[in-house]
Design a protein. Structure first.
Length: 334
């Protein structure tokens, strides 16, 4: 190779580096008015969507998922994780599948609720699921995304019983645990994941609640500390367990509440008293309470807009959070 060729190659390499700085793991906490839809895009370009919000409302939630997918440059959803079979999580799937290919479906099987509404939701979803690959994981399984570890910690009412790698030890906050029974809904059966990328960790437990939520953290913290925590069950009271928050010890929490859905007074109070928590970002200002965080930490001040909150994490554990309404980005250094 001549000198000139070599220098051209080096110049091309430098330009490539400039165009592609170290890749981040990106999260879009999509506003689905108090349901869940969280789009995760890995440094390898794979995508995992956790829930798809509500159906109906003229395709509102699938439309918002598509806005995030377009922002991320996606042409397909590689993995769709359905945490549980409630309308605010699985309702948007059939319409979304008409707008973008969904390759692999991940869920815990079928619902325990048997009412007409629950069956209709599940029937519509399972028809779509039949068109793709399907993974029905058990707690302790790892989803096959490249370049990061996605561990399933709960599914269909079963839970991991041993600490994950990088999990925690005995949790002293469990001394004050008030035990509550699981309810009979899908919520305590939610499929939960812990995601690890280098030194960065994130937890999404869907609507896991009451005894099953507590069992992941008491008496031992099986999951470990996470810098970024999606507040479970939209910030409802049945997931406000101080020992859980103490175990996770997040630097930043995101709450996917609606204007009147989730966002309970006692959950806000608990978050406000956690001294180590640097910020809480809300998808909506809540009308349930006066305990909201400052407006610049809130993506939607009422229910007339549908802005997301975006987070980007690096392997060294640092991350940024952006309010898509204001454009403000805050950096959380390692
Ligand atoms: Zn929900």
């Amino acid at each position: 190779m001549g000198l000139r060729h070599a220098s051209v190659l080096i110049a091309a390499f430098v330009m490539t580096l400039a165009a592609h700085p170290l890749k981040t793991l990106d999260f879009y906490f999509i506003d689905v008015e108090g349901g869940q839809s969280t789009l995760i895009v890995t440094p390898a370009g794979e995508s995992m969507l956790v829930d798809a919000g509500y159906g109906g409302f003229d395709g509102r939630d699938p439309g918002r998922v598509m806005a995030a997918a377009n922002d991320a440059g996606l042409t397909q959803i590689d993995y769709l994780v359905t945490t549980h079979f409630h309308g605010d999580h699985v309702g948007g799937v059939p319409e979304l599948s008409r707008r973008i290919p969904i390759r692999t479906f991940v869920d815990y099987g079928e619902p325990v609720e048997n009412g007409f509404g629950a069956r209709r939701l599940y029937d519509a979803y399972s028809l779509v699921r039949a068109n793709g690959q399907y993974i029905r994981p058990r707690p302790g399984d790892r989803l096959p995304l490249k370049g990061l570890d996605v561990d399933v910690v709960s599914a269909g009412g079963a839970l991991i019983t041993k600490p994950l790698a990088h999990g925690g030890g005995a949790n002293p906050a469990c001394a004050a645990l008030v035990r509550k029974e699981n309810d009979e809904t899908e919520n305590p059966r939610s499929l939960g994941i812990r995601l690890r990328f280098g030194r960065f960790q994130f937890v999404d437990l869907g609507d896991l609640s009451n005894a099953n939520l507590a069992a992941l953290f008491c008496p031992d913290n099986l999951i470990g500390r996470v810098p970024l925590y999606l507040v479970t069950h939209h910030g409802n009271s049945d997931t406000n367990i101080p020992a859980v928050l103490a175990a996770l010890h997040p630097r930043v929490a995101v709450m996917n509440n609606g204007i009147t859905k989730g966002g309970s007074y006692d959950t806000f109070r608990e978050l406000h008293t956690a001294a180590w928590l640097e910020d809480v970002w809300q998808l909506h200002r809540s009308q349930n309470t006066e305990e909201n965080y400052a407006d610049d930490r809130i993506a939607n001040l009422d229910d007339t807009t549908g802005y997301a909150i975006k987070a980007s994490a690096s392997e060294d554990g640092s991350f940024t959070v952006t309010n898509m309404r204001t454009g403000e980005t805050k950096r959380y250094k390692k």
